[in-house]
Write a protein that binds this ligand. Structure first.
Ligand SMILES: NC(=O)c1ccc[n+]([C@@H]2O[C@H](COP(=O)([O-])OP(=O)(O)OC[C@H]3O[C@@H](n4cnc5c(N)ncnc54)[C@H](OP(=O)(O)O)[C@@H]3O)[C@@H](O)[C@H]2O)c1
Length: 293
């Protein structure tokens, strides 16, 4: 299928993620110019149809839109400052991982140079990039997001714009890292526990996923109560969960597995109870988590 109308894009940084982004752009018909510090990493992309630029300046000059995906923000500055004023007037989409503060500093850096800046976060693996489920967040220039929407949709089917504050994409990225590890740590403990009685992780997993699906409405209720700052205990109190956590610790100890994960959960519940939420609902544990211990 011909894509004669696809806009030219430059991709700077061809590590695992940058290469995946460039590959998807090439495959979707975007005239794609690439540059990487280690030039050999462009070979495969060139064989697919990308154009190799000899310098960062040439790469930037080749397209109105530049995507940068390198290790971190300091690396991005090191690369981009070598191109002089070539970025001025162009759209810069920055997909290296960083903090909200780094994203805001980068936006100021871009504004000083007349660069139209959109910050972003890739919440997918390199092999997932370009898929309908691939989640990518953007924040910053709404004009750049609107102008680049079609190209950005090529990178991931689940594309969201989080607002004009350039730091929001990084903030959501960091927050989801916590969600990922929260879920993973719970799974690791559960796999250990069921494993003591010969049940495989892969046998347990579908049951856990079914359980999580069945309580999706509970998560919506948790979010609602957190937003309202009120935690009525219509179904179960935090005190009951404290007892339940003691049983999980006892059951784990009896089987000789680590208890640091349930002890961590217990420490949160204990602090929330100490703050006066013992008779409140489960979402009141949020009040302990949001405060420094
Ligand atoms: N891989 C993932 O699953 C994933 C998922 C989400 C987000 N990300 C984010 O995407 C970004 C890139 O990750 P990656 O997995 O592609 O890492 P990677 O494979 O280690 O690649 C790092 C890239 O940064 C370049 N680079 C580093 N320092 C540089 C410097 N001082 N000057 C010029 N180029 C420099 C490297 O160039 P050389 O090839 O010359 O070393 C390479 O192109 C990171 O911020 C990462 O957090 C990655």
């Amino acid at each position: 299928m011909a894509h004669d109308d696809r806009s030219p894009v430059t991709v700077i940084g061809l590590g695992l993620m940058g290469s995946a982004l460039a590959r998807v752009l090439v495959k979707n018909g975007h005239p794609t110019t690439v540059w990487n510090r280690t030039a050999g990493k462009a070979d495969e992309l060139v064989s697919l149809g990308a154009t190799r630029a000899a310098t960062v300046r040439d790469a930037v000059a080749a397209s109105p839109t530049v995507i940068v995906c390198v290790t971190d923000y300091p690396a991005a500055y090191e690369v981009l400052e070598s191109c002089g004023d070539a970025l001025s007037g162009r759209h810069l989409v920055h997909l290296s991982t960083g903090t909200p503060e780094q994203a805001r500093e980068a936006a100021a850096w871009a504004a000083e140079r007349g660069v139209h800046y959109l910050d972003g976060a890739v919440m997918a693996t390199p092999s997932g990039v370009g898929g309908s489920e691939a989640v990518l967040f953007y924040s910053g220039s709404e004009a750049v997001f609107a102008a680049e929407r079609e190209m950005l949709n090529v990178l991931g089917g689940a594309t969201s714009y989080l607002g004009a504050d350039h730091g929001m994409a990084s903030l959501y990225d960091s927050s989801l890292l916590g969600v990922e590890w929260g879920v993973l740590s719970g799974y690791f403990h559960a796999f250990s526990l069921v494993g003591t009685e010969g049940s495989k992780a892969s046998t347990f997993l579908p049951v856990a996923i079914q359980f999580l699906r069945s309580i999706e409405a509970v998560f919506h209720e948790v979010a609602r109560q957190v937003d309202e700052g009120r935690y009525p205990s219509d179904e179960e109190t935090l005190e009951i969960h404290l007892n339940a956590m003691d049983r999980l610790i006892e059951t784990s100890r009896a089987r000789g597995i680590g208890v640091d994960v349930p002890e961590f959960f217990k420490s949160i519940i204990t602090r929330a109870v100490a703050l006066g939420h013992g008779a409140d609902g489960l979402p009141s544990a949020f009040e302990a988590v949001k405060r420094p211990a």
